[in-house]
Design a protein around this ligand. Sequence first.
Ligand code: ATP
Ligand code: MG
Length: 352
Amino acid sequence: MNDEKIFNALKKITYPGFSRDIVSFGIVSKAILSDSIAIVELELTTKDDKILENLKNSIKKTLLEVTEVTGVEIVIKNNFQDQNPDNSGSSTVKLGGIKTIIAIASGKGGVGKSTVAVNLACALAQTKTSSEKENQVGLMDCDVYGPSVPQLMGCWERPTVIEENLISPVLNYGVKMISMGLLVDEESPVVWRGPMIMKTIQQFASNVDWGNLDCLLIDLPPGTGDAQLSIAQVLSLDGVIIVTTPQKTAFDVAKRGAKMFEKLNIPYLGVIENMSYMENPITKEKTFPFGNGGGGIIAENLKTRLLAEIPLEEEIRQGGDHGIPIVIGAPEHSSSKEFYSLAARISDEISS
Ligand SMILES: Nc1ncnc2c1ncn2[C@@H]1O[C@H](COP(=O)(O)OP(=O)(O)OP(=O)(O)O)[C@@H](O)[C@H]1O
Ligand SMILES: [Mg+2]
């Protein structure tokens, strides 16, 4: 009864910067009242001490207002950052080998996030690091409702179970990948609520044997919802790449999506403008069906850089439809070269 009072009080607390409360979001893993002391356990990872302090203060303040409570104890669990990667047995061991984690995001749907994530992952895996080694690359499909990575990667293999609570990612085109699409049948509806998304993403992070990776790319669903917040909670993201198309309607929404990462203190690595232009294969003349310059404007607005302009290209779409990314199927294509030069730039930056 008293425990319920504690939970109900915690439901009034929203995550800093968001309208969602911390209970419905699934951050509170335990809340009990023991001898008038409220003990609250939180499962979260944030790079931001201010957010942590802010949360602790609101919890203390709110719970001390409950009549039965005279003291508050807050325990933070799964704070990956504080854990030692060599600490065998902890859930972060599998993440200990990952050098860089980059999310691919946009507030807007259908702008090509997954296409960019897949082609960039494959191009990175074909690119050597500055010490002339192959880049080890992973791709985590965090679009739990509409996973498209298996289709774009042409791979529906089921991950194998290595041991209890540990599965191996599937390998294709040199990229280790995991997706809800590999774990559920195509027909089975995926009806997940917020905390379930959090749980899935947590499992993708800690129950998948990623091994050593130079870079883990995260494909996010559109918007500013639970997946974005979960990912920022569960993983220590090194940065986020914002994808947009050039038209104004797209970039306003893309920008709104980007701003949420700013609130979570995750740095922008840059903006990719997708479907930037069409190139006449013979004359090389460029036309701009969706207008010109939107990516540059967002980049400027977010005080970051424009990383690449990827053309609107039938072969990119066909590559996706056939499950052979253009960088693999037609590496010499001018669009592939855009992806390879982007990969080279990212490879240099992550290995320096
Ligand atoms: N540069 C491009 N040229 C041609 N077609 C493209 C390009 N980029 C993406 N597409 C096509 O546009 C469609 C949407 O792309 P994609 O699924 O990558 O977008 P998304 O932003 O991940 O979408 P969602 O928001 O649904 O996750 C796909 O059919 C894809 O093949
Ligand atoms: Mg997508």
